[in-house]
Every structure is written in C-alpha cells, then in structure tokens.
Design a protein around this ligand. Structure first.
Ligand code: SF4
Ligand code: SF4
Length: 405
C-alpha cells in the first residue's frame, strides 16, 4: 500500500504573530490535502531527547516534509540527531543567492577542493532508510503559496512512483506491487484527503543550545572532541563521533564549529549563516570558508575566535583559560587548538564517553612529572629508602663513638 506523506510543522521559538499565522495557515490549508498527515510540534531544535515531540516524529513512517524556521541542513541534521533519518529529499525551496558575498568569497584553491572530495565521510558508511526527508526553510518566502505548491509537488513526485510501479507487468513484481495490483482500493486510501485534525504535540520543551553534526561532511577526525572542554562530544560503539551530552554545551558558544576542518558542525540558532547551517558551498563557487567562520570584521581567523570563545566559556564556568594555546590552522583555516582533556572536571566521564586510542592520545594534557615525595611507593623504592636511613644511622653512631659520647 502506498505510504501517506507526513508534513511536520515546527513552530518558531517565539510567539511572533506573523510566524504563528503563517504556520497555522499552512496547517489549515493542508487539512484538505490528499495523502497528507499533518503534525505540529514545538521548535524542532528544542525538543527534549525523550519527549513526546521526538517520540511523535520517530513514530512517523514513510516520507516526511518538515517545515521549520531553520536552514535546510540544520533541520535535517537536527532530525538525524533525534534518530529520524532518511535520504535527502531534494526541494525547490531555495534561498536567493547573495551575489555580492559570493564574489568576495571566491577562492582559487582547486587542489584543496579536490582533496576534500576524496575523503571518506561518516555518511558513506551509514545505513540510511529508503524514505526521504524534505526540509523546507520557512524564512525563505513570506507567503504560504510556495510551500503549499512544494508540498503538492513532493506528494506528486512520490505518487508518480505508484503509477510507474504498475509497469511491472512482464517483470518481477515485489510483494507490495502484487498486493496493490490485487487490491487497488488499498492504494486509493493513500490518496484520500486527511480527515483527522492535525496531530499537535506540546512537550513543554525549553530553548536549548547544542551542536548538530552534518555526517555528509564529517570525516570522524575527532578534532571537535579534542577541542571541547565541556564533555559534549563522545563516540558510539563504532567509534563514530556524536554529540553525547548536548546540554553540556555552553549557551551561545559556537567555538567547535570554527575548528571543524569540514564545516560539519552546525549551531542552528547562531546568527552567522555558515555556522547556522546555510549551505554556503551549494552555489558551486569556490569559497574561502575560513573567512565565514572567523570574526565578521576579518580581524581574527577562525582558530583565534574559537580559542577566545572557549576561554570565555572556561572563565564563565570558573575554570582557567588556556590563553593563546593554539596551533596553526588546519582544514578550513580553523585550528586544532591545544590538546586538552575532552571531559570537564565537573562532568565525570561515562563509559560511552570513552574515546578511541588515537583521540585519547591527542586529548591527554601534558602534565608536569609528579613530585617524587608524592609518588606511590614501590617495594624497590622502600628498600632503597631503608638502606639510606640505615647508612645514615650507622654514620651517626660512628660519629658519636668518635666523640666518645
Ligand atoms: S571536527 Fe568535524 S569532521 Fe572532525 S569529527 Fe568533529 S564534526 Fe566530524
Ligand atoms: S566547544 Fe563550546 S560550542 Fe563546542 S560543544 Fe564544546 S562547549 Fe559547545
């Protein structure tokens, strides 16, 4: 039987009347739409990991269209973080190109670009469900018309598959195709208008701040886990990087996004488009990304900004700043900053926080040797100490004898 398409409307964080009106207009227009189920959730990024909003999303099967006040990439990888995965659905809702900025940011590093393409990405080795996820950015158009048109296009695009599938006759039909052939009414259900009210979920979520990883870019290099001093990152059983303790992230701090060599770390609510998930490389132009991740006025490169931001957060947390302990930039110009322990003293390491040996090696702080007096005694040390004491006592007795005392 053909799958219905779920349209998820992610509400804005504020109760801005214009945003609410747009969201509700879309919901109302979709109620009569054929083959479409509507789910309204609080802001996607703010959903609690174990809240009803995430559970509702995880319960959706088939293709999903998500409308949110986020960049397409940010929405997609926030969903992925919540365990809602699928193929990337191509959408025609695209932001207008900013010609002025693009011209300024062109870079002629051909060699670097071809090296990037040759790298193995985490996404390349991940099993991904066949269903598609389409993410539409509600900030691109002021009117609902383009969004409704795009949803209808997506529905049609996936209905075309149904028609095409009937051409199996003479071939080797799948059980699903056979069932549709024998029971055409079942397929018709998929085209019926949605009569249920939209499903509305309110899990009382509050504003959050944490990084999400774009695994189509991530190479699992572990620079982020080395850089972050707040225990946000960890690895899974396959030793793949993940955001393990998202709420350990320091609110407003985007530092690790600047040090990621692949620009794979997104902070969806950051004001800088490149950090918030704008697809800056999508225009096909060669762009010097290090400029996008550095200071807006060009006075600091990405590495320097990242080191400063991390120091600010360390001081705010009552800890010591690392100062200028940075290394030369790598990748996008963002540096691997001084190797540091990945887990904050305030956050005890968990079993799953364990990092692979290579990352651990890089993450160990360089500590001065412990004073000898504090070193744990060993049998050999004890014996040597006893000999010294005995020798000194013998010398003292000899001296007393000589003095006839
Ligand atoms: S620094 Fe970037 S590329 Fe490297 S593991 Fe972290 S997210 Fe992935
Ligand atoms: S480095 Fe800063 S921004 Fe990145 S995860 Fe750690 S605390 Fe958050």
């Amino acid at each position: 039987m053909a799958k219905r398409i779920s349209v998820v409307v992610s509400q804005g964080q504020s109760n801005h009347p214009a945003k609410r009106e747009m969201e509700e207009s879309i919901v109302a227009s979709l109620l009569g739409e054929r083959g479409v189920d509507v789910v309204v959730i609080p802001h996607l990024y703010d959903l609690a990991n174990d809240g009803t909003g995430v559970l509702a999303l995880q319960g959706l099967s088939g293709h999903i269209v998500v409308l949110s006040w986020l960049y397409e990439r940010a929405a997609r990888w926030t969903l992925d973080r919540h365990g809602i995965c699928g193929q990337i659905g191509a959408t025609t809702i695209k932001p207008p190109e900013d010609d002025e900025d693009d011209e300024d940011l062109q870079d002629d590093a051909d060699e670097s670009e071809s090296n990037q393409e040759a790298k193995m990405r985490v996404w390349d080795s991940r099993p991904v469900p066949a269903r598609k996820i389409y993410c539409l950015d509600l900030r691109i158009h002021d009117a609902i018309g383009p969004y409704l048109a795009e949803i209808r296009r997506i529905v049609d695009e996936n209905q075309v598959e149904l028609v095409d599938l009937m051409s199996w006759i003479g071939g080797s039909p799948s059980p699903e195709q056979l069932e549709r052939y024998r029971n055409p009414q079942a397929a018709a259900v998929a085209h019926a208008p949605s009569i249920a009210n939209p499903t509305r979920v309110d899990d009382g979520s509050e504003r959050r701040w944490y990084p999400v990883i774009d695994y189509t870019r991530c190479t699992n290099c572990m620079e982020c886990i080395d850089f972050c001093l707040f225990g946000v990152y960890g690895v899974d059983r396959a030793e793949t990087i993940l955001v393990e303790q998202p709420d350990n992230c320091r609110k407003g701090c985007p530092a690790c996004s600047r040090v990621c060599p692949e620009n794979a770390i997104i902070f969806p609510q950051h004001k800088t488009p490149a950090i918030a998930g704008a697809d800056v490389a999508a225009s096909g132009l060669k762009i010097d990304l290090s400029r996008l991740f550095g200071a807006p006025d060009g006075t600091e490169d990405a590495a320097a900004v990242a080191a400063r931001e991390r120091d600010e957060q360390l001081l705010l947390a009552g800890r010591s700043a690392l100062g200028g302990a940075t290394q030369p930039p790598t990748g996008n110009g963002a540096a691997a900053v001084a190797s540091v322990p990945a887990v904050s003293p305030a956050t005890p390491p968990t079993a799953s926080t364990a990092v692979p040996p290579a990352a651990l090696t890089a993450a160990q702080p360089v500590l001065p040797p412990a004073p000898a007096a504090q070193a744990p005694p060993t049998a050999n040390v004890s014996r040597a100490a006893s000999r010294v004491v005995k020798d000194e006592l013998d010398s003292l007795i000899d001296a007393l004898d000589e003095m006839n005392l």
